[in-house]
Design a protein around this ligand. Structure first.
Ligand code: HEM
Length: 369
């Protein structure tokens, strides 16, 4: 039992339950979407595989504890700083999940095999191409390790990221971080969340209750992926800014044609335009390939000189092989579908998320040894 556990014992009865951390797959992938996101990418300093191993072991232990609503270490520390920062005490697990992924730069960076891992780089962990219309910013793209934290309480999500950053220092330095929200507080009356453009999002998505679809499109398997990725998945994250002012000034008809669905009902338009988002992203136009989308909305201040928030979608999707799924689909819609006129992709990252672990193990152990 972790030190400091007793502080969580008084957790209110109404606290939301825990999502099991341990298992064949990492939690936070085939987990029903929580309402809040904290996503950060880290760069690993130095080139010591021992440090990397220790980092992943520490993070795994902390993630397992926090998933149960526990602290990562003692808080009653007297003359020393508390080991756990404390802001989630009493909030319960709130269905927290922490999902880890390794970026391409962990395997090779500037042609250098930093940790002796280059030969284990999975073929599907490609460097994403630059798509038409991309305006990517290096500072909010990539990273050696990505961590997706999701929870049904924003402070529980923040706490997890806060303590993971603290525990990772100085070996892992946060490169970028973004907070997101999916469903709104009244989500119990919303069959599906609406994105910031006011459209239902997720209608034609893969659902986590469909293991056959998860096997076909989400879980990595040999021979396409190496043994250490078996049961893992590839996460693509794209920070996509929405030109909200322009969108808000677009007629309902124009908005619906851009998406290909009715705004209020979410139904497919009777005569779906051939350049609509759903037409060009659909499996029928993409070699029957699908994506499991698990993104969140975000707000990040205002665009300079604009009359609307700098807001958009932290698009996150999981795929078995992005070379067959995300890349061709994005290649098909980028700057071509009706929605593209309102979107700017400003951040781009890809991470190989290893499978789950059993107690005592750590995420990525089969890779790092
Ligand atoms: C700001 C960015 C985006 C917004 C606002 C958006 C919005 C939507 C909406 C409203 C739908 C229809 C409802 C649904 O089935 O979920 C949809 C469907 C879909 N989107 Fe997006 N999307 C965005 C970016 C992307 C990206 C980057 C991709 C992939 C590269 C993508 C792939 C898909 C797919 C595969 C579907 C389902 C198509 C079908 O089979 O009907 N979306 N999106």
């Amino acid at each position: 039992m972790l030190p400091g556990t007793s502080l969580a014992a008084g957790t209110a009865a109404k606290a939301k339950p825990a999502v099991p951390f341990y298992g064949a797959h990492q939690a936070g992938i085939a987990t029903p979407m929580q309402e809040y996101l904290q996503f950060a990418a880290f760069d690993v300093t130095g080139d010591s595989i021992a440090h990397l191993r220790k980092l992943m072991a520490t993070w795994t232990r902390a993630a397992a504890a926090m998933s149960l609503g526990r602290q990562v270490g003692p808080v009653r520390t007297g003359s020393k700083p508390p080991a756990d920062t404390g802001e989630a005490i009493g909030l319960g697990p709130a269905e927290l999940t922490v999902t880890f992924g390794f970026g391409a730069s962990l395997f090779t960076s500037n042609g250098k095999d930093r940790f002796g891992l280059a030969r284990h780089r999975p073929a599907p962990l490609v460097d994403l191409p630059v798509f038409r219309g991309d305006q990517l910013q290096a500072g909010i793209s990539g990273g050696d390790i990505g961590i997706q934290v999701c929870a049904n309480d924003p402070q529980v999500a923040f706490h997890a990221m806060h303590d993971l950053i603290k525990l990772g220092s100085p070996v892992a330095v946060p490169k970028w971080l973004l907070a997101g929200f999916g469903r709104t507080g009244n989500s119990t009356v919303q069959p599906l969340p609406r994105n910031l453009m006011g459209f239902q999002d997720g209608t034609a998505n893969i659902v986590v209750e469909n293991p056959a679809a998860l096997d076909a499109f989400v879980w990595a398997a040999e021979p396409g992926s190496p043994f250490w990725m078996r049961g893992g998945s590839y996460l693509v994250a794209r920070r996509i800014q929405i030109a909200l002012t322009r969108w808000d000034e677009t007629s309902l008809d124009g908005q619906q044609k851009a998406i290909g669905r009715e705004k209020l009902s979410g139904n497919v338009l009777p005569d779906v335009p051939k350049n609509s988002h759903i037409f060009l992203a659909s499996p029928g136009r993409n070699n029957n390939q699908r994506l499991y989308r698990r993104g969140y909305s975000y707000v990040d201040g205002v665009v300079a000189g604009a009359t609307a928030p700098a807001a958009g979608v932290m698009f996150i999707c999981y795929n078995k092989d992005p070379r067959e799924q995300f890349i061709p689909i994005q290649g098909n819609i980028a700057d071509r579908d009706g929605l593209s006129a309102f979107l700017t992709h400003i951040g781009s990252s890809i991470f190989a998320c290893p499978p789950g672990v059993t107690p005592g193990g750590f995420i990525g152990q089969e890779l790092l040894g």
